[in-house]
Structure formats: structure tokens, C-alpha cells
Design a protein. Sequence first.
Lengths: 333, 264
Amino acid sequence: MKMDNKGVLVCGEIAGGKLAPVTIELLGIGRKLADELGEDLSALLMGSNAAGLGKEAIAYGADKVYVAEDSLLDDYNSDAYTQLVADLCQKVPPSIMLLGHTDVGIDLAPRLNGRLGGGLAMDCLALALDPAKFLVSTRPVFGGNAHAEMVSKSARPQMATLRPKTVPPAERDDSRKGEVIPVEGKVDPSALKVKVVDRIKEEVEGVKLEDAEVVVSGGRGIGSAQNFEMIRELANVLGGAVGATRPACDEGWAPMTVQIGQTGKVVSPKLYIAVALSGAIQHIGGCLGSKYIVAINQDNEANIFNVAHFGIVADYKEVLPALTAKFKELLSA
Amino acid sequence: MNIIVCVKQVLDPEIPPAKFKIDPEKKEVIPPPGVPPVISVFDERAVEAACRLKDKQDGKITVISLGSEKAAEVVKHTVAMGADEGYVLNDEAFEGLDSFGIAYVLNKAIEKIGAYDLVLCGRQSADWGSGQVGSILAEILGIPVVTLACDIEAVDKKLKVKRIVKDGYEVVEAPLPSLVTVSSELGLPRLPAGMRIMIAARKQVPVWKAADIGAEASELDKAKAHTEVTRLTVPTRKTECEMIAGDSPGEAAANLASKLAELL
């Protein structure tokens, strides 16, 4: 066992000039793990404006903040980030490294793991220490049908990507003291083999799926792109967003950016209306955090009724127009 | 263009949750009787990506599958889709490997296959879904990796890859050879046509053992696993579902709307 690995390192993300919400969540859980280990919590921030956020990371719990100010790190670049984080981990090897299960973490964590030879668990729902002080990472497997607890007994660092919004954010305390440490060395541009040539935002009209209080989702049973309009109408009346299952996105009835589930978006609105979708476990994983789940399906044995709070067993085509009309009436009253 | 695609045979992820059973002692899933295993959905799209590249230019698609001897079935399925050759990597020593062990075996098989321009993998498997074998394999092969592809084009001896991000996509350029992991957004895989199905049925799928690919026993030692599963559970999530009734579906809908309006 490598005994020189010490402390917890949070690989931070900056979004819109601020610490990303998931980074603040990671600092919260990271602080807890570091305290239980009796070791330091460090954070790494990358990009031209990283130093400006060092104090903030300290306020959220970091003892040390490594800042890598390099314009090559402003936008996520897989090769650049891998190089920089791997370098830091070789200089100050952490015992535990945490990343968000985000665009960055999904790509970066496995590459870092491949380079560092650590032990990684992806998309974790819970992180804790066992009596031997090994990191226990709980993650969904088999599409969410089961949960596995993963442990790395000897490989270091112990790594995990944490699904956003699964732990509360760290509490800010501006009186905390800590150290901001510039990372020496720049990214070697010649080592950047893969070049990002374009970034295209596929804006969906209306409310953003992740922020919506109401999500209306359609599945394979909707049957056509034209019928998907009924989903949109209901979502519009409720001021909500449209979601879809993977099969519905595969058919092209809804853009792939609104796919909800294990490999799509995870949403937790107040109200989730699941229309003509069976409730495959891969899909349910993306909406279980909703306060109320409503299922409309003509198959009364569909799995969606096992997780729904309210249900109607009927052909959605006979239900949705009346539902939309009644909501319209109630909301205008 | 020589393309190698890594595919995995998995428990059909579409089985109803009621049929999903585990052995908590062994920390394994008990395959339900009578449900044939399938090709992992993301891997099938990786094969589709390879076939689309081959539709446009000369190329050879070689598929490898680490698994039981039955994995020959998924290899034949990929041949029916358009793959040229396929191998099953099967050895007692390959069972229960972690992501590093799997990547090591795939690497040894790729070494044996020889020259390649592109290695494709699914973004994660549909069963354990560790989501890291492709990236670790790329590190071992010492080639660049692009993850979560939804479109792959080969232009001027380079790859142009569209990759999925949360609010859209990125377009990246990668040199050859590279490894690319494929996401479901690539689109539906092709349905094999009659002639290809006949070719696939007759196709010999050789099985490579550890010795055939020169995989060292020391590298396959489970005691050196980077990660292990210490517990496997099935989360209980039974909600009491209140069925909303009405004389007609329309009336039930109106009752539902009133009920929800009160709650929200």
C-alpha cells in the first residue's frame, strides 16, 4: 500500500465565474471525510480566474486550495485537465479524490484513474468511510436495479464522481482560514492531441429541464413526433419542461438533450408526469427525486405505477387533452 | 481504416424489475431463466458507428468481446450488422476482473490483432456500468481518447467527433489512431439484413484464452484488483400509487388535475 497518499482532494469546477454547485457539495462531503480521517481537505481550481475563487473554496471548507491559472484551462479540455490534475496528484498524492459526475467528471475521472492507477467509482449516490477508514462509494449498477458499494483496498487515490444534488452543499463560513497555493508549471500545448473545434448549445425552448418545477415526459408509447405535441402543450400550460425516455429520443420525437435517465438528465421537480412510458429502471433513475410522480399508461402492470404517487390507467390520448384543459381552467381561475 | 470495437454481452436491461434478482452473498446478479443475454446497448451503437464509417470508405471492422463462450452470439450479431471478424476472449482467469483487468485483457487482444486506426467502445456497460474501461484502455494503448460520441466522421486521416455535453454538444478533432467511446445519442443501430444474417450464421468466432494473447497471470491476479464490490443490494422503492378513477378517461384526468392543483 502506498502510505504517502494523504488527505482529500476535491477537483473543483468553475461555472459562470463562480464555484459550480456540485463543487460546493463536494467540499461539504469532502470536509466530513477529511475530519473523520484527521487529514486536510484540498481543492483544485483551474482557469485564468481560479485564484479569485480560492478564498471562496476556503470559506466552504478547504484547508488548501491549489490554483492553476492558465488560459488553456478556461474551458474543459480533456488532455489539458488530465495532464494538470495528474501532475498535481503525483506531487501531492491524495488518499481520496472527488469529482462531480458532470460533463467534466465523466470524462476526466476515468482518464485520471487510468493514468494514476487508482480505484474509481462513478456516479456515486453516497460516500462514507468504513471502520478501516477506506472510502466506501455507493453507486447504481444494472441501470439502477441494484446499488453496489465499492472499496479500493490498496489502489490510490480512492476516487469517486458524485452525482450532483445528492448531498447538501457545504455551509459558507468566511472566517475560515486556509492557504491558496499556485500550481507550478503550465499545460504543455504540444501534449494536447484532441482539439475542441466547436461548442454548440442546443437550447430547448422554455424552462430549463433541470430548473423546472414540473416535468412532463413521454415514452415509446407516444407513438409519433406529432403526438409528442400533446406532451408539449401540457408542459406549457403548467409552465414546465418536456422530458423524454431514451427510446422516444432514439425515435427523434424529442431532442436528445431532454433525455431523462441514467445516461441522460437527472431531474427532481415538484411534479413529474410520466406519459406512455413503461418505467424502465434506467429511466426511473432520472426522476425518482421528484416530489410527486404521476403515471398515465394503459398497461396497469407497467413498472411506472410502482414508483408513482398517482396514476390513471387509460390511453394517454384520451387523458391528456382533458388534463391540459382542466389545468388551464384551474390555473386561470 | 482498421476499426476495433469492444463489445460486452449483458443481462437484458429491459427485463421487468420484478425479475431482477441478486445473490447478496456472492454479490452477483442471478440471470432470470429464459431471458437471453444481449449486446450492451452502448456497445451496439459503437458497432453502428463503425459500420457508418465503413459505409463511406474502405475499412475492416474487428470485434472483440470479453465474456463467456456464449459471447460468440453477440459477436455474430455484430457480424450481421457489418463487422468483418470477431473474437471472444474467454478464460477462467478473466472472470471477475475489475476495469483495469478488463482493459489489460482488451489491450493484449488488440496487440494480437495488430494494426488499427480506431478503437471504439460503448460509453459504459449496461450492467455494471463502471464507465471507465475505454479511458483506461486508451491510457494503456497510449492513444488519445474522446468520450461520449454521438457522431464520428473520418476526414483527411483525422477524426471529427461530435460528443454529448449537458446542454448540447462539442465538436472535436482527434488524430489517428484514437479511442472513442460511443453514447446512445448516436442513434439506432441498423437491423441486419438477410444476406448478412446468413454470413454471420456461418462465421467462425475463435475463442482466445489468456495464453493466446499473452495475458500474464500476475496481471490477472484478483488480489491486485483496484476496486472490489463489498456489498450489493436492491433498493426498495415501492410507492403506494393512488389510482384516479372517473366515468371516462377525460373525467379521471379532470379529477387528477384538481387533486394535483390542491397539492402544489
